[in-house]
Write a protein that binds this ligand. Structure first.
Ligand code: AMP
Length: 650
């Protein structure tokens, strides 16, 4: 059974694996290493993925789904879904649990199911290339993805029959692929301009510790936007020539967008190009109308400039969060197909004042990093099955190990509308320290979370916070205790195409403790009286961390309370991304205000959020369940898996 790294992109998906000591990007039968993230439902019942689906898009846009990454994990009532409904020819409708559904050929699919088709095809390609079954994967997501988007991506992996070892951030994967930070301290910026999303992530790399300083992103900015802008130009030209607007026909406009992408890509290498598109419409007497269209590099750069400007506004935001000047970076890495645009490269160099690194193929760099991480995690698992070495020695490091971020732990009372009244008595900060066995719920103190694990069909009990995950070993350490729970890589930062197995063997000879320094790019908030927010976990808080809040009940004999949780920075709760309601049940029946509940939000090294609740009067524990929106409760993962297994994917 093999393990792979998958870059599940908006436009293209790439699968890579470490085999025989080398990182390989895996190709299909025709040698193609990019798998278009396009899914088409054929009238014969087949589900086409990749290039065949892209071709079907030209004749059957209504049943062909693209750019689903822009929509995954979003609730129905959001701007993004509204925009997508206007922009895409395929049909979207509201599903249960506020999640959008795709309607194709009379069937309804959740967005994770659509992504699962892409993952299944990637898996098929990998299995053929490797000659063995693939059952595990590390999948990458933009650093700016929120919890719901990550959870939905994980579900997609599971529906595709993959054990998702880890969801890692694309910039972290890119840095891994470049093997940066191994010998010297480096501060890097990752400029990731893909098909549908843009991200800027700032990292400190030192002695194999990767620390994310800040990340900012726009999940609706990418090469697709430039395609659309060029297609608009083409439509205007056609309208002028034939007095017919192809934008009124979704199928015709879809053809324009596909051709626009070709024009765009050509203009990355040549100065001028022209196309002829036949049968875009019909004139008097049914005559075929064709479009002749030409464009120069200068023209496309003028069209692209506003989009590129927007990318630097995001970079500025990241710099502001990190409180760093733009000159602070040793290296800038380019990621994503849109960084092939010459204007983008020039502007990146101007902005950061240094030529960006492009040694690794910008389309493949993320999948390569994911494959390295997948191999490393597999190695961790293998080592765990070996008895631990004796007598761990104190660890020494040039960088402090990631400690629980308890210094800025907050204990305060919060008012939750109608359900929980304001708590007047703050709990002494010391009493809430994670190390205090007196306050840690007994089950958690023994390593078993108090929150019951989610049933396999409901990815809800714990929630992974968006975070940039970086796990690398410290160099030159003595043998230490077995790796901590769920932390990462044990292979010393492999250089690209380095002999990873040899590196793993070296690590084996001198086992090293992985280090993970990570941040939450979005604040985690709860709703308070009047629809306002209380920030529980700050944006860019280092994890692991934990925060507590104290509440009292607001009505007599109240045995259940609900805490509504969202992600975002807006002061108004409704303007943030609603994650779900945490329900605390089994409270002591007592007069209002008499029951004090301490809730603890704990984010572990892998970014998983757990919610603990204790009735302080009795020490009795309450249960907490974070029900994520958008993951249809009625259409469970198991049901999706069953339907998926029955589909003919090719
Ligand atoms: P990604 O999401 O990283 O797969 O990037 C896909 C985006 O990169 C799409 O919008 C492509 O059209 C774009 N792209 C790929 N190659 C080029 C190129 N040579 N010039 C301009 N854009 C490109």
């Amino acid at each position: 059974m093999a393990v792979v790294g998958i870059d599940l992109g908006t436009t293209n998906t790439v699968v890579a694996s470490v085999q025989g000591g080398r990182v390989q990007v895996l190709a299909d039968d025709e040698g193609r290493r990019l798998l278009p993230s396009v899914v088409s439902f054929h009238p014969n019942g087949d589900v086409l993925v990749g290039y065949p689906a892209k071709e079907r898009r030209l004749v059957d846009a209504k049943n062909t789904v693209a750019s689903v990454k822009r929509l995954i994990g979003r609730a129905w009532a959001t701007d993004e879904i509204d925009r997508a409904r206007k922009r895409f020819a395929f049909e979207l409708k509201e599903g249960p649990g506020q999640g959008p559904l795709v309607v194709a050929r009379g069937q309804e699919y959740t967005l994770p199911e659509i992504s699962a088709f892409v993952l299944t095809r990637a898996r098929q390609i990998a299995e053929k290339a490797l000659g063995e079954p693939v059952d595990r994967a590390v999948i990458t997501v933009p650093a700016s993805f929120n919890e719901l988007q990550r959870a939905a991506t994980k579900v997609a992996g599971r529906v595709a029959g993959l054990d998702v070892l880890r969801i890692i951030n694309e910039p972290t994967a890119a840095a891994l692929a470049y093997g940066l930070g191994r010998s010297t301290k480096e501060r890097i910026a990752v400029y990731d301009f893909g098909g549908g999303t843009f991200d800027c992530t700032l990292l400190d790399l030192s002695g194999n510790v990767f620390e994310v300083l800040a990340t900012a992103g726009d999940t609706f900015l990418g090469g697709d936007d430039l395609d659309a802008a060029i297609a608009e130009r083409m439509a205007e030209a056609f309208l002028r020539a034939h007095r017919y607007d192809p934008r009124t026909d979704p199928q015709a406009f879809e053809r324009l967008r596909v051709v626009a992408e070709t024009v765009k890509m050509e203009l990355s290498t040549i100065e001028r190009t022209s196309i002829k598109l036949r049968e875009l419409g019909f004139g008097v007497g049914g005559t075929h109308l064709e479009l002749g269209f030409g464009m120069t590099r200068d023209e496309i750069e003028r069209l692209a400039a506003p989009l590129v400007d927007r990318s630097f506004a995001v970079c500025q935001e990241a710099l502001q969060i990190a409180q760093l000047p733009v000159t602070a970076f040793d290296k800038v890495i380019l990621v994503g197909g849109s960084t092939r645009i010459p204007l983008v490269r020039r502007r990146v160099e101007q902005f950061f004042g240094t030529p960006p690194l492009d040694r690794v193929n910008a389309d493949e760099v993320v999948a390569i990093g994911a494959a390295i991480q997948a191999a490393a995690l597999t190695e961790v698992a293998r080592r765990r099955s070996i008895p631990p070495p004796p007598a761990p020695r104190a660890r020494r490091s040039s960088m402090p190990p990631p400690k629980r971020d308890s210094d800025d732990e907050v204990t305060m009372a919060t008012r939750i509308p109608s359900r929980i009244a304001e708590h007047e008595r703050a709990i002494a900060p010391g009493a809430t320290r994670p190390s205090s066995p007196a306050v840690r719920p007994p089950a958690a103190a023994h390593g078993a979370p108090q929150v019951p694990p989610a049933p396999p069909t409901m990815p809800t009990a714990t929630a992974r916070l968006p975070s940039a995950t970086s796990t690398l070993p410290l160099p030159g350490l003595r043998p230490s205790s077995p790796p901590p729970e769920d932390v990462g890589a044990t292979i010393p930062t492999p250089l690209l195409y380095q002999d990873v197995v040899r590196a793993a063997a070296a690590a084996e000879a001198a086992p090293q403790t992985p280090i993970l320094v990570d941040v939450t790019p979005r604040a985690l908030v709860v709703e308070t009286v009047g629809g306002w927010c209380d920030v529980v976990v700050q944006r860019n808080a280092k994890i692991p961390c934990e925060r507590t809040r104290a509440f009292t009940t607001s009505s007599d004999n109240q045995t259940v309370v609900q805490v509504r949780v969202a992600q975002g920075e807006d002061a108004l709760f409704r303007n943030n991304t609603f994650l779900g309601a945490v329900e605390l049940v089994g409270l002591r029946a007592a007069p209002r205000g008499d029951v004090t509940i301490r809730t603890r939000f704990e984010v572990d090294e892998s970014g998983t959020l757990k919610v603990f609740a204790t009735d302080l009067g009795t020490g009795r524990e309450a249960h907490a369940l974070l029900q994520l929106v958008g993951i249809a409760a009625t259409d469970t993962v198991e049901a999706m898996q069953a339907r998926h297994a029955a589909a003919r994917v090719s």
